[in-house]
Design a protein around this ligand. Structure first.
Ligand code: 3HC
Length: 292
């Protein structure tokens, strides 16, 4: 089945990015949100990002032409004709299952369902539908318009045909797809999360200051961001949530949240998005490391 029309569930940071790269690749896109204001916020981010690409001359057509392929909706029925649905709503299994169960009878039978989850089991989501063989994970990375990777996640029930279609779709989006199976964290978070948590433990144990650990990994290993900058960028609440799912799956200390991460999340210091995390972003041009 040829994929022409992409449905995206959620217009937050990840959903809007997925919608944008799909439209940039020439697909028609419909984005579903619960309220119009979330669509407005997501589309305003998309327009800014398209303008940046246009300014750099890396967009093949006018931003308005890309934007014209995208529409937002708050009605489930508007996704009925989509060939693939990519879900990027809140990381909560019950909410995701509810959403899939509601859409399964509406969206055409041949359509593929894909989740952008970073850690929840795709298998647990697919059982909310009557199309487990047409269910995969498509895990994108933040910021979606810039990060080249997509993890294509196969469950024990995914059919070969659906898996290959999803893999090819990842390529058509201009991404480099990697094949992985439905084990919590897939490839990237399985390796990234223990590294980020170890950086926090190293700081707790007095190995180095926040900027020194960041600089060490940036300048000593060539990483684009140090671990604390990346933690603030991904969101401490998101990371804290992932640690729970991963620890629950593997029961290994390397996936367990260090006390400081928990304290910051409890304080509501989620990183860049809340203005404060391991750094204070009161002056976003010059973030100052926190003293804990
Ligand atoms: N759209 C279009 N252009 C954008 C953009 C966007 N959304 N965001 C940034 N840009 C542009 C900037 O304008 C800038 O353009 P310029 O070169 O013309 O000035 C260029 O991209 C580079 O941006 P910056 O100068 O702001 O910063 P960097 O050079 O550091 O690049 C970065 C930014 C690509 C985010 C880089 O720092 C990076 O790769 N960081 C690591 C990100 C990462 O690891 N992400 C994965 C997180 S894990 C995850 O998502 C999984 C989840 O499950 C937790």
């Amino acid at each position: 089945m040829e994929i022409r029309h992409v449905g995206v569930l959620g217009c937050g940071l990840m959903g809007s990015g997925i919608a944008q790269v799909s439209a940039m690749a020439g697909f028609d896109v419909t984005v579903l949100e619960v309220e119009q204001r979330f669509l407005d916020k997501g589309f305003s981010g998309i327009e800014k990002s398209l303008a940046k690409f246009a300014e750099k001359g890396t967009l093949k057509e006018k931003p308005e032409a890309v934007r014209a392929r995208m529409k937002g909706t708050t009605r489930n029925q508007d996704l009925a004709g989509c060939d693939i649905i990519i879900e990027a709503i809140i990381e909560n299994l019950a909410d995701k299952r509810k959403m899939y169960a509601a859409l399964d009878p509406i969206v055409k039978k041949e359509a593929i369902f894909a989740s952008n989850t970073s850690s929840i089991s795709v298998t647990e989501m697919m059982t909310a539908t009557k199309r487990p063989e047409r269910f995969v994970g498509l895990h994108f990375f933040n910021p979606v318009p810039l990060m080249k990777l997509v993890e294509v996640v196969r469950t024990i029930a995914t059919s070969d045909e659906v898996y290959e279609s999803a893999y090819e779709f990842g390529k058509k989006l201009g991404k480099v797809p990697v094949r992985t199976s439905d084990k919590t964290g897939f490839i990237v978070n399985r390796l990234l999360v223990p590294y980020l948590l170890d950086a926090i433990r190293a700081y707790e144990e007095g190995v180095g200051s926040i900027p020194d650990i960041d600089n060490a990994m940036k300048l000593g290993c060539g990483y684009p961001m140090g671990p604390f900058t990346l933690l603030d960028f991904v969101g401490l609440d998101t990371t804290y949530y992932i640690t729970h799912v991963m620890y629950d799956e593997f029961k290994e200390r390397r996936f367990a949240s260090p006390p400081l991460l928990k304290r910051l999340v409890m304080a509501g210091w989620y990183g860049r998005k809340s203005g404060r995390g391991f750094y204070d972003y009161a002056d976003p041009g010059n973030p100052v490391p926190g003293k804990f």
